[in-house]
Ligand binder design. Sequence first.
Ligand SMILES: Nc1ncnc2c1ncn2[C@@H]1O[C@H](COP(=O)(O)OP(=O)(O)OP(=O)(O)O)[C@@H](O)[C@H]1O
Length: 261
Amino acid sequence: MAEQPILSIVNLKTHYYLEEGVVKAVDGVSLDVYQGRITAIVGGSGSGKSVMSLSIFNLIDKPGKIIEGEIWLEGVNLRDLSEKQLLQIRGKEIAMIFQEPTSSLNPVEKIKTHLFEVTHTHNRGISKKEALSMFREVLSRVGLQNADQILDSYPFELSGGMCQRVMVAMGLLARAKVLIADEPTSSLDLTTQAAILEELVRLKDEGMAVVLITHDLGVVAQMADDVYVMKDGKIVDSGTVYEVFDRPRHDYTKSLLESIF
Ligand SMILES: Nc1ncnc2c1ncn2[C@@H]1O[C@H](COP(=O)(O)OP(=O)(O)OP(=O)(O)O)[C@@H](O)[C@H]1O
């Protein structure tokens, strides 16, 4: 691919230091993510997918530690940034939807405050009324119809699925360049799952780089452009979705594929 990746992870290692020993949750992962493409990261439970995505945002708590690696976003190594600089990137340059949406939103701020915060950078000078009408439109795009009530709610007053959709809306408003979605549909009913996946495809079509972390190979087959297969903290297979599905190189990928076809 001639184009430069927007996000490039090089030899990332995140380990957990437990009394029983060291868990090498992410153990030398390298991957490239491109604009206008959906990059899927697949792997079974415990393969390191979530720790990898949390590492991008430096959200690893003790006893975990990022011990090595580079995380390049448009020529800047995020590992060289201060916590304050990273805050500017989190949710704005790189939007995120995590498995535990309620814990990713600020519990003491209403939803509209979350939305105002991400909108601010791109829309200086717009009136409150204009902002609210933009929020209603974006919330309806992610399948949340009763917008006014949602805007006035705190995260704990919404279901997990609604919070996930709020996070997609935040990514849209922030005009983030990269969206990392960790099992974005795990707590949703089938209709809402389909709506969120459709929205991810639309974002990709608008030029966003979408990273989709999932154990659902059916979803990967349907939506992804590029695929990385993770096992025990390592990437064991990678390529375009056609390459990985037609010519899996690793026995683990073969067994994953056999489990769905
Ligand atoms: N806070 C923690 N303390 C100790 N070990 C951890 C911690 N968080 C993750 N790990 C370990 O890191 C490894 C990778 O976990 P991770 O959550 O990234 O897997 P995953 O691929 O996202 O799985 P799932 O699909 O179930 O979410 C696992 O062995 C897990 O036990």
